[in-house]
Design a protein around this ligand. Structure first.
Ligand SMILES: NC(=O)c1ccc[n+]([C@@H]2O[C@H](COP(=O)([O-])OP(=O)(O)OC[C@H]3O[C@@H](n4cnc5c(N)ncnc54)[C@H](OP(=O)(O)O)[C@@H]3O)[C@@H](O)[C@H]2O)c1
Length: 282
């Protein structure tokens, strides 16, 4: 079984490759791909350059592969076309199965990032390929920036209200994706992957305080105040609005669904918040 992982130059894809190897897939049956291929050299597997905008390169990278793990792209707005190119190339190359990393409840969620994932999921289902969709909740590592800010200010600032986030560490999600690739019976399934616990921002402030060894205060502001604070801090208007919108999504509960899917796939509890934050800053 030969498995191609896209986005292996990035954080998640790299960990998926590592988890495939840890799960017993021989190194010569793993192909790690991305654009910045210099980042792949130390993975110890086969490598190929694959730009989502370059169908010929995708086709060459997928040659002879049984499974493609499509790690969603990082440029919102162009991702659906990029993902479509990957799916088309996989079909043309005779790939049997596609595993796609999506977003929580992508088909019904109002999460700002959901539309790209919903559209991609529809392409995956219509492709004729065997497929599995792994919908990843937030990475715990997303809060490393908040930790660094809290280190200097003692404040965790957000506009998330009472919203909760069922985060897990990237390595947990990578282990989940690898389990889907290496295991049986996952075809045609959608998994809602999350941490075991949906934590509040009060609990996140406590976790940051534990990791930093200093007090951290959960400070809530409104959407408009948050956006203005981010612009004052130097973000452009669009980015500030985007960040505040993600907090509004959390406030609404879009990331609060803690399921058993990930811990069932990986056969262990997901990484607790404090432990995940500690590892991320180690
Ligand atoms: N659940 C969450 O909390 C969360 C947070 C952030 C992002 N995400 C999503 O999850 C994905 C993986 O997360 P991550 O932390 O590993 O992100 P990351 O480190 O930024 O990696 C993104 C990967 O996408 C690849 N990529 C982007 N555009 C590409 C293109 N045009 N052609 C080929 N490859 C392309 C990049 O490869 P090259 O640049 O080398 O080409 C890189 O390997 C992200 O891309 C995003 O869709 C989820």
């Amino acid at each position: 079984m030969s498995v191609v992982v896209t986005g292996a130059t990035g954080h998640l894809g790299r960990l998926i490759v590592a988890n495939l190897l840890a799960g017993g897939l021989p190194a010569d049956q793993v192909v790690a791909t991305g654009r910045r291929t210099e980042r792949l050299a130390d993975l110890g597997v086969r490598t190929a350059t694959a730009d989502y905008g370059d169908p010929a390169a995708l086709a060459a990278a997928f040659e002879g592969a049984e499974t493609v793990v499509l790690v969603s792209g990082s440029e919102p707005g162009v991702r659906v076309a990029q993902h479509a190119a990957v799916i088309d190339a996989a079909k043309a190359a005779g790939v049997r199965r596609l595993v796609y990393t999506s977003a929580p409840h992508a088909d019904t969620s109002a999460l700002a990032l959901a539309p790209d994932h919903k559209a991609t999921e529809e392409l995956v289902r219509a492709s004729g390929l065997a497929w599995t969709i792994v919908r990843n909740n937030w990475y715990t590592e997303n809060y490393v920036g908040a930790l660094e800010q809290a280190r200097s200010t003692g404040v965790l600032l957000s506009s998330t209200g009472d919203g909760r986030v069922a985060s897990a560490s990237r390595d947990d999600y990578a282990a989940g994706a690898a389990a889907v690739v290496l295991g049986e019976g996952h075809e045609g399934k959608v998994y809602e992957l999350s941490g075991d616990v949906a934590w509040s921002f009060e609990e996140l402030a406590d976790a940051l305080s534990t990791v930093l060894g200093t007090p951290v205060v959960n400070t809530q502001v409104s959407f408009d105040e948050h956006r203005a604070i981010l612009v004052d801090a130097g973000l452009d208007e669009g980015t500030a609005a985007f960040v505040a919108t993600l907090d509004a999504d959390i406030r609404r509960g879009d990331l609060a669904d803690a399921t058993a899917d990930l811990r069932t796939l990986i056969g262990r509890p997901t990484t607790p918040l404090v432990e995940g934050l500690r590892a991320a800053v180690a």
